[in-house]
Design a protein around this ligand. Structure first.
Ligand code: AMP
Length: 210
C-alpha cells in the first residue's frame, strides 16, 4: 500500500499514521519527524529547517523534496509506505508523482482527515510531543508509546498555530483537488475517538485495489 495522509495540522494525521502503518505493515514517513530528528541531532539540515518550523512556515521545496527522494530509496519502502506531512503544496505533489512514475510505483490512495477549525485549534493547543519518538499525545506526562518525556512543540504555541493553519489553507489545501482529479482521494471524518477513526480509515482503504 502506497498511501498519503492529508489534513490540517492537528487533524490527527500523526496519531492515525502510527496505527495505519502498523496495520498495513508499511513504514511511516513523516517529514516533520525527520526534520525534528535532524534538529535534535544538530545536523545542517536541522539547523536549516528550524527557523521555518518555529514560525510555522514550510521548509524550502528543494530541501524537502531531496530529503523525501532520498528516503524513498531505502529498502523498507519495497512493499509500500505511508507519507505523513508530504506533499504540502502542489509543486511537491508534482515532484512526488514524477519520483513514483520513474520507479513505476504509483500511489494507491490519498486519505484526507477532515475536522472543523475550532476542534483543530483545541487539539493543537493541548497536544504534547515525545522528545524521543515524536509521537503526539494529550494529557500525559510520559509518551504512551515509548515512555519518553513529552514537551510542547514551539509550533504548537498559540501564535504559531494560527500561521500554520493559514499556510495549510493557502498552500496545502489545493492538493486535495489535485488528488481528487487523479481519482485517489478518500475523505474520512477526523472527529471522534482515535479507534473509531482508525476503523473508518481501514474500512475505506480496504476498498482500494493494491
Ligand atoms: P508536521 O510535524 O508535519 O506538523 O511538520 C512540522 C513542520 O515541519 C512544518 O510546519 C514545516 O515547517 C516542516 N515541514 C514538514 N513537512 C514539510 C513539507 N512537506 N514541506 C515543507 N515543510 C515541511
Amino acid at each position: 500500500m502506497r498511501l498519503i495522509l492529508l489534513g490540517a495540522p492537528g487533524a490527527g494525521k500523526g496519531t492515525q499514521a502510527v496505527h495505519l502503518a502498523k496495520y498495513f505493515k508499511i513504514p511511516h514517513i513523516s517529514t516533520g519527524d525527520i526534520f525534528r530528528a535532524n534538529l535534535k541531532a544538530g545536523t545542517p539540515l536541522g539547523v536549516q529547517a528550524q527557523s521555518f518550523m518555529d514560525r510555522g512556515e514550510l521548509v524550502a521545496d528543494s530541501v524537502t523534496n531531496e530529503m523525501v527522494k532520498d528516503r524513498l530509496t531505502h529498502d523498507d519502502v519495497a512493499h509500500g509506505f505511508l507519507l505523513d506531512g508530504f506533499p504540502r503544496n502542489v509543486a511537491q505533489a508534482e515532484v512526488l508523482r514524477a519520483i513514483l512514475a520513474e520507479k513505476k510505483t504509483p500511489l494507491h490512495a490519498v486519505l484526507e482527515f477532515s475536522l472543523a477549525n475550532e476542534e483543530i485549534v483545541a487539539r493543537l493547543s493541548s497536544r504534547r510531543t515525545c522528545k524521543d519518538c515524536f509521537q503526539p499525545s494529550v494529557g500525559v506526562d510520559k509518551c504512551p508509546s515509548c515512555g519518553g518525556d513529552v514537551y510542547q512543540r514551539e509550533d504548537d504555541k498559540a501564535e504559531v498555530i494560527a500561521r500554520r493553519l493559514e499556510v495549510y489553507q493557502e498552500q496545502t489545501a489545493p492538493i486535495i483537488s489535485f488528488y481528487r482529479n487523479e481519482g485517489l482521494l478518500i475523505s474520512v471524518s477526523a472527529a471522534g475517538n482515535v479507534e473509531d477513526i482508525t476503523a473508518s480509515a481501514i474500512s475505506a482503504l480496504s476498498r482500494v485495489a493494491q
